[in-house]
Design a binder for this molecule. Structure first.
Ligand code: CA
Length: 233
């Protein structure tokens, strides 16, 4: 899939709405927004969105009603509720109506981005997107373990693709080496030798995917924190 993921923000508070849009655009998502319930519902039903961020208290129609009506039309539409209410009952009602997740206000941007990535990973668009990883100057077909386009002769091992895929679906934070060992290699212990294994694989990957492996623009080292992949969505 060669298009940015689209997110609809339905939120009546201007500062929050604008803040969300700025952050989402910065992280490579395409956005649209609505400031009232009816407009939000109309956009949700007529536009094509990979995810909807839905406030609960809205003028004209509340988020529960909107969620309910979206679900009546489209059971697959990913929805995350934004709730100022933190009572268990309210959260349960949202989830009962079919929201995929909720984030309680005030939320941290980091937490919200993690939830967004998690919901998108399970969504049809996310799964389709996982088939191709778009980076600076190179796109990678994760099923056939090859680069696409001009560099179609470049091949990858399954392990290399697993590393890239894990990083590509967790782009909002640097991934520590021990986490890669756990999630990609399935190791639960972290011996010095094994940590070096990660570095060796990263170095090999950089020789394949970076124009200049010494100054990477795709697979970055975040000092003291781990590795980060810069994905073009
Ligand atoms: Ca509101």
């Amino acid at each position: 899939m060669n298009r940015p993921l689209r997110i609809l923000v339905i939120e009546d508070e201007l500062a929050i709405r604008q803040g969300l849009i700025d952050v989402l655009v910065f992280h490579g998502y395409e956005t649209d927004s609505a400031a009232s319930g009816p407009t939000g519902l109309q956009k949700a039903l007529t536009g094509k969105f990979d995810l909807i961020l839905l406030d609960i208290m809205l003028p004209g129609m509340d988020g529960y009603e909107i969620c309910n009506r979206i679900r009546a039309e489209d059971r697959q539409q990913p929805i995350i509720m934004l709730t100022a209410r933190t009572s268990e009952e309210d959260i349960i009602q949202g989830l009962k109506l079919g929201a995929d997740d909720y984030v309680a206000k005030p939320f941290s941007i980091q937490q919200l981005l993690l939830r967004i990535e998690a919901v998108l990973r399970r969504s049809p668009a996310g799964q389709e997107m996982a088939r191709t990883i778009h980076l600076d100057g190179i796109s990678i077909d994760t099923e056939n373990l090859v680069a696409t386009g001009d560099q179609a002769n470049l091949t990858f091992t399954r392990r290399e693709i697993d590393i890239l895929s894990y990083l590509a679906t967790n782009t909002s934070r640097p991934i520590p080496r021990h986490e890669l060992l756990e999630k990609v290699w399935g190791y639960d212990r972290h011996l010095e030798l094994e940590t070096r294994t990660v570095d060796i694989h990263i170095a090999k990957l950089r020789r394949k995917i970076e124009a200049n492996p010494k100054e990477p623009t795709n697979l970055l080292t975040v000092r003291g924190a781990g590795y980060k992949l810069v994905v073009r969505r």
